[in-house]
Design a protein around this ligand. Structure first.
Ligand SMILES: Cc1ncc(COP(=O)(O)O)c(C=O)c1O
Length: 309
């Protein structure tokens, strides 16, 4: 078995401590256990596979992408297995831990300045700045530009793998909750779930002050949920898949992320904390026992210690 075989079939964990006292159960898919430490390994693998199949990428050709760190780690390890050099263009606002991981996976790293964010809080403008630079670099070097926000392979990865894995593990699923970065996870999984059973409810999690998908507005682009809620509507966004929106504050997310490690033994990042918190909020408003599935998007090891304590 090679490294790439590790990219699918993560366990679906019953969060017994978090679910205690709630009407219903929260299950979480342990994507933080993937080899690159996040759910983005799935998108990275599918994107490179499809690029080879479509003739957009050949062996030895350089791959370039703008990344908050997780897609970069996935691409770095996948590209290495396929024999392609990888360049990650990343905002300086992302954690140092992510830079170290990219470095360890053998990526070339280009750091870009922040436009209006701050360390640990990367905004849509920061991302757009890094993406422009990545695009130029890809053109200049005749490289393959991944373009994760516009690349449909990410949705495909979740439609063909993450979604079916969830249903296989928990056929009695009632609802699914996820935060949105490129939207690949939410769109791909929700599309699959609704194709199996249109009654499955699919909910989006957003920071209270950057709930653009719910409200169309961003009051403050800065929040702790790195990798998500960039204050933009993802190009492939499909609002017909959304049954409800749940908003969360930074303080609540910090508390739940801490609780997940301290009580549930799961050392995961803030989007995982936001997802589980949203599942808890959703269940608290229900009057019958439901099975809710969410995602543990990445590992707590991806974050600088100062943030998680
Ligand atoms: C930590 C984290 N959580 C959630 C997401 C959202 O995933 P998606 O891009 O599939 O919406 C990302 C995306 O990079 C991420 O890095």
């Amino acid at each position: 078995m090679g490294t790439l075989n590790l990219i699918h079939n993560t366990p679906l964990i019953f969060l017994d401590k978090i679910s205690a006292g709630l009407p219903g159960k929260i299950y979480a898919k342990a994507e933080h256990l993937l080899p690159g430490g996040s759910i983005k390994d799935r998108a990275a693998y599918q994107i490179i596979l499809d690029a080879y199949q479509n003739g957009n990428l050949i062996k030895g050709q350089t791959v370039v992408e703008m990344t908050s760190g997780n897609m970069g780690a996935g691409l770095a390890l996948v590209c290495k297995q396929f024999g392609n050099p990888f360049i990650a263009v990343m905002s300086e606002g992302n954690s140092l831990a992510r830079r170290k991981i990219l470095n360890a996976f053998g990526a070339e790293i280009i750091i870009t300045k922040q436009v209006d964010g701050s360390p640990g809080m990367v905004t849509g403008a920061d991302i757009a700045y890094a993406a422009d630079l990545a695009k130029d670099m890809a053109q200049n070097r005749n490289a393959f530009y991944v373009d994760q926000f516009n690349n449909p392979s990410s949705i495909k990865a979740h439609f063909h793998h993450t979604g079916p894995e969830i249903v296989k593990n928990l056929p009695e699923i009632d609802g699914f909750i996820a935060s949105v970065g490129s939207g690949g996870t939410f769109i791909g999984v929700s599309k699959y779930l609704k194709s199996v059973n249109s009654n499955i409810q699919c909910m989006v999690v957003e920071p209270q002050n950057a709930a653009i998908l719910k409200t169309g507005k961003v009051k403050d682009p800065r929040h702790v949920i790195q990798g998500t809620a960039y204050g933009l509507i993802p190009p492939h966004w499909d609002e017909t898949l959304v049954d409800d929106f749940i908003t969360v504050t930074d303080q609540e997310v910090l508390e739940m992320t801490r609780k997940l490690s301290e009580e549930q033994g799961l050392y995961v990042g803030y989007s995982a904390g936001a997802n589980v918190l949203a599942a808890q909020k959703y269940l608290m408003a229900q009057d019958r026992a439901l099975n809710i599935v969410t995602i543990l998007c990445d590992s707590g090891y991806k974050y600088d210690d100062a943030i998680l304590v």
